[in-house]
Design a protein around this ligand. Structure first.
Ligand code: RAM
Length: 356
């Protein structure tokens, strides 16, 4: 599987190099820039046409769905948005990729970050080179990007997962565990913090969080971690996986172990990956926003920044095609951001209304 992702990365890189060379002025030997600080500024913002959507890793249907929305926005704006990521959800691999994109003087980067702090210098180098930097899905800390495009409010995403877990555990409550993505993932860590806070409310006093484990947004590791959880905790009632990779792998592990009805899985998933588990009862309900809309909005925001339509200050507005008008907001924790909307709960009654 990994080889497939590596090949996809390589092919994407080759296509990307061709696309760039087709648009850039003729230069037989484009400079290979080791030190990103030496990169010249991106030429004329009005002529900016090359943008890149960077997921946490390749091979994740959540990000692939995002790319569908990004391409829709690219078509409407008449720009090129390439989709490039590392094979694994790893911050240093992501930094290497970003350094090469900075050296190629792309116009804008929309990044789902694998680490909030480690990516700050890289984001700063990109901005110093005149590149518009937005994060989407998973944020770089405010100093390392212009704007974060936020899928839904942190509080809402954390709370809805505890509400679902509580419904699934039933009136007596019981043991619950969290199976997350990587231990450095900025978005999952922020949601887990909210979940831990919500669990202190009297209404959820009968839920006991026994452990938090990490599947690294890798299907096999997530599956093994889920198995280890219900082996270690025979009374476990619910696994909350705030990751589309982890939730599908956990539901499959519960199904394979014949534990449907005994251990329930919930968290954040995509409808196509979760349909069979909603229907077989291993994961009766889960939540998510629309990743295609999130990336669509991110491309509009990145383009508005690159072309100078907005400068990244609170109160500015811009129009994101079919999604309408958005306002840049400032938040004490999240910094400058644009909010997509509220998470949506999927269950047996509505799952067949969605095909992505
Ligand atoms: C995984 C990734 C992504 C997250 C979703 C919910 O696909 O970790 O960052 O937002 O799950």
């Amino acid at each position: 599987m990994k080889n497939r992702y590596l090949i996809i990365s390589l092919v994407t890189l080759i296509i990307f190099s061709f696309a760039l060379s087709a648009c850039a002025p003729a230069d037989p030997e484009p400079p290979v820039v080791e030190d990103v600080e030496e990169v010249e500024e991106v030429a004329d913002p009005a002529e900016c046409e090359n943008y890149v959507l960077v997921p946490k890793n390749l091979g994740n249907p959540y990000f692939d769905t995002g790319n569908v929305g990004a391409q829709e926005a690219a078509g409407e704006l008449g720009i090129t948005v390439l989709y490039q990521g590392s094979a694994t959800a790893d911050a240093s691999e992501q930094i290497t990729l970003l350094n090469s994109l900075i050296a190629q003087q792309v116009c804008g980067l929309a990044i789902s970050a694998n680490d909030e702090d480690a990516l700050v210098p890289t984001g700063q180098a990109a901005m110093e080179a005149g590149i518009a930097v937005v994060t989407w899905d998973s944020a770089i800390a405010p100093a390392g990007r212009d704007l974060h495009i936020n899928q839904a409010e942190l509080e809402g995403i954390g709370r809805v997962q505890i509400e679902m877990a509580s419904r699934l555990a039933g009136p007596d409550g019981g043991e619950i565990a969290i199976l997350s993505a990587t231990s450095t993932a900025p978005n999952q860590n922020a949601w887990i913090e909210v979940m831990e806070q919500v669990l202190t409310e009297p209404e959820y006093a009968n839920l006991e969080l026994v452990e938090i484990v990490y599947g690294d947004d890798d299907d096999t590791k997530s599956y093994n971690e889920a198995q280890a959880l219900f082996t270690k905790y025979p009374d476990l009632k619910v696994i909350i996986a705030p990751t589309t990779v982890g939730i599908a792998a956990s539901a499959r592990a519960v199904t394979d172990a014949d534990l449907i009805g005994q251990v329930f899985v919930t968290g954040l998933g995509t409808p196509n990956q979760m349909r069979e588990y909603v229907k077989n009862g291993s994961a009766p309900e889960f939540a998510l926003w629309n990743p295609a809309d999130l990336a669509y909005l991110s491309v509009y925001a990145m383009h508005a920044l690159a072309t100078g339509e907005i400068q990244a200050s609170a109160g500015e507005t811009f129009t994101a095609g079919r999604l309408g008008e958005y306002t840049v907001e400032d938040d004490p924790d999240l910094g400058l951001n644009v909010l997509l909307g509220a998470p949506f709960v999927y269950d047996a009654d509505n799952i067949d209304d969605f095909d992505w």
